[in-house]
Design a protein around this ligand. Sequence first.
Ligand SMILES: NC(=O)C1=CN([C@@H]2O[C@H](COP(=O)(O)OP(=O)(O)OC[C@H]3O[C@@H](n4cnc5c(N)ncnc54)[C@H](O)[C@@H]3O)[C@@H](O)[C@H]2O)C=CC1
Ligand SMILES: O=C(CO)COP(=O)(O)O
Length: 320
Amino acid sequence: MSISVIGSGAFGTALAISLAHQCPVTMWARSKEHARVIQNDRKNTARLPGVTLPDQLTVTSDMEQAAAQDTLLLAVPMQQLRRVLTEHTAWLTPRTLVACCKGIELGTGVGPVAVMAEVVAQTRTALLTGPSFAHDIARGLPTALTLACADSDLGRNLQQELTTANLRLYRTRDVIGAELGGALKNVVAIACGAVIGAGLGDSARAALMTRGYAEMQRMALALGAQRETLAGLSGFGDLTLTCTSEQSRNYRLGLSLGRGERFDPSVTVEGAATAHAVYVKADDLGLDLPITRAVVGMLDGELTLTDAMAELLARPLKEE
Ligand SMILES: NC(=O)C1=CN([C@@H]2O[C@H](COP(=O)(O)OP(=O)(O)OC[C@H]3O[C@@H](n4cnc5c(N)ncnc54)[C@H](O)[C@@H]3O)[C@@H](O)[C@H]2O)C=CC1
Ligand SMILES: O=C(CO)COP(=O)(O)O
């Protein structure tokens, strides 16, 4: 088996570094200049400073070269995935495509695996998700992730291929559950960052994490996910990490909202677009997602944190 990582951001670079300790890996960057600099300097200073690339990692901007491998890991932002696939469809068939992004696509309301299957005909698809920060993986710190694949045999092969000494993969066939866990936890992380940023305390965060998890389950189960998947690494595990660490960009966006500070719009924050996509989808399904609604309101500047909290606290009392 041979592996390429498509996308040379923080996560793509981290995965490529980790895997290149056990097999040759090619990493694709869309910019020729960026690819040349990373390849020559053996560092991705812009996205993952302080980590050296192993010798077995080759960086290229030539998609034909990158896509010549058996397994391609797609590590680009969710809202860019369709464009990347569409621009390079000719090279991507028939390969095994593993989405490494977390989110729901605006406009269609679907996750990365559905987008891959739709754009690239006759492809085999899977998803790699779960609690991990790029810097932790790149530094070889212990991490456990979920490999979701509807095809059991392919899932087993990918689990073997992509597990490394420090990166342990668990397997599931519940692709929709794994996708939704990774996408929805980012919305809750923005909410948690906001309450901490506004100084509302750890107890408020615990309430939001728990009720946010209930919201994640409501949405995911309505779309056919299994409850156990939500309780695993891709759901509860990632929710815990993202709602409690300033390494998370989603959580940091929330902190900025809570503090009334500006947030750099060039930073990849998947939860912002996903909150809007999920809000529309929930409306279609007749689901009530009050925390998602509050996050959308704050992101759109239509609700202050104070108003959002007042709305949440004034909801009718009910059973847990
Ligand atoms: N950074 C992290 O710790 C983790 C990130 N992820 C997920 O990985 C995905 C990517 O995130 P990061 O690598 O962290 O983001 P990033 O912002 O560090 O990098 C994104 C990369 O995508 C490239 N890109 C953007 N638009 C593109 C396009 N149209 N065509 C080709 N390339 C394009 C950018 O040039 C950049 O190299 C996200 O869905 C994120 O949720 C998952 C787990 C951990
Ligand atoms: O998905 C992640 C952790 O599992 C990374 O979180 P952020 O995208 O919020 O940085």
